[in-house]
Design a protein around this ligand. Structure first.
Ligand code: CP3
Length: 339
């Protein structure tokens, strides 16, 4: 690999400056993506056509100069492979025709080894050839609880009360579904690594809506199973959005990096998470400000995290209406940062 920064930082090794990439870097902030998106009827066509997914993956590397590519796909390919196809509704988000209400629907889900994500694997192989070892490629999946939330709600939600209803009213049923999602996700992530993904990120986007005990029981347990199953195959980044309240437990995960949202102070995270590498955590809304504000915020963030075991990123995905130039200023500021 010509650019080792991300893998070194994930391993806690010393680097000359922090590596930088952005969650949702391959998306609507980029002109090439918007053009690609305009050329197809729906989002899933991009995900399912390896040539297009490959183009969307590479664009931020070329245009923004980030230190890593993330495979263009979605966390929802996992529920789809299990038998719940989704649609992406313009300006609304994901929508599932079928949802899970109880054991009857869980029984009807696919079992065993899934090949429905062959297109993701082809896209990864294609991206690896194009990148030609210039920067590492990040593979990813949603956390089992985050996927569970979409499978039970069928849409995004503020409260995820359907998902939480199942946890409280029928915990055994909930565990059955979570275990199926976990088993599928492990096979999926292993196949991404086999195809060439250099590092894996697990997006626990919705675990933070749970309480301390429910988070441990219904989200962390299953993230932990995935980390154990991938043990040593590739480094793992866990992004537990809104769940830093569980830092004491997160510290015990068999993963290399914990991603932080913007609500956590760098120093607090360093103290709480021991020798884990850290990733994050600028508020994506800071990128609505100008170059000066962005540069100052980046310098402060890098200084506070310190150069060892740190990966610069946002505290959540880029918002689609962020000016592309401001994304560039963010990346440049990290690249110019020195201790
Ligand atoms: O650059 C990248 O990060 C790689 C691609 C990527 C996408 N989705 C593409 C996408 C990744 C890593 C994801 C992860 C994802 N998908 C998450 C976890 C991260 C997070 O934001 O918390 C979640 C919860 C989803 C589910 C999802 N996909 C939602 C809720 C939405 C709608 C909201 C939105 O941002 O539009 C999507 C759509 C989606 N996924 C788009 C892209 C580029 C936009 C679709 C479009 O262009 O029409």
């Amino acid at each position: 690999m010509k650019n080792h920064l991300l893998l070194k930082a994930a391993a806690g090794e010393k680097v000359e400056r922090p590596p930088v990439w952005l969650m949702r870097q391959a998306g609507r902030v980029l002109p090439g993506y918007r053009k690609l998106r305009g050329s197809v009827d729906d989002f899933t066509q991009l995900v399912k056509t390896p040539e297009l997914a490959c183009e969307a993956t590479i664009e931020p590397v070329k245009l923004l100069g980030v230190d890593a590519a993330i495979i263009f796909s979605d966390i929802l390919v996992v529920p789809e492979s299990m038998g719940l196809p989704y649609k992406m509704i313009e300006s609304k988000g994901p929508w599932f025709k079928k949802t899970i209400r109880g054991n009857k629907e869980i029984d009807a889900l696919n079992n065993g080894v899934y090949h429905d994500w062959e297109y993701v694997i082809k896209a990864i192989e294609m991206v690896k050839r194009e990148l030609n070892d210039s920067v590492p490629l990040i593979g990813f999946a949603g956390s089992p609880f985050t996927i569970f939330a979409y499978m039970t709600e069928g849409v995004g939600s503020k409260t995820f009360s359907q998902a939480k209803r199942l946890l409280f009213a029928e915990p055994d049923t909930a565990h059955r579904l979570l275990q199926k999602i976990t088993d599928t996700t492990i096979v999926y992530l292993k196949s991404q690594i086999k195809a060439g993904a250099d590092i894996i990120q697990i997006f626990d986007s919705w675990g933070g809506i749970l309480g301390y005990d429910t988070y441990k029981e219904f989200s962390l347990n299953y993230i932990s199973q995935i980390c154990e199953a991938l043990n040593g195959m590739a480094p793992v980044i866990v992004f537990p959005k809104g769940a830093f309240f569980a830092s004491h437990e997160l510290k015990k995960l068999n993963c290399n990096v914990i991603g932080l949202d913007w609500t956590t102070a760098p120093e607090e995270a360093r103290n709480a998470l021991g020798n884990k590498s850290l990733q994050g955590n600028l508020d994506p809304c800071a990128l609505y400000a100008g170059k000066r504000v962005i540069t100052d915020a980046v310098n402060k963030m890098c200084r506070q995290f310190g150069s060892r075991g740190y990966i610069a990123n946002l505290g959540h995905g880029l918002y689609p209406d962020t000016p592309t130039d401001n994304v560039r200023y963010f990346v440049e500021a990290v690249k110019n940062y020195r201790d």
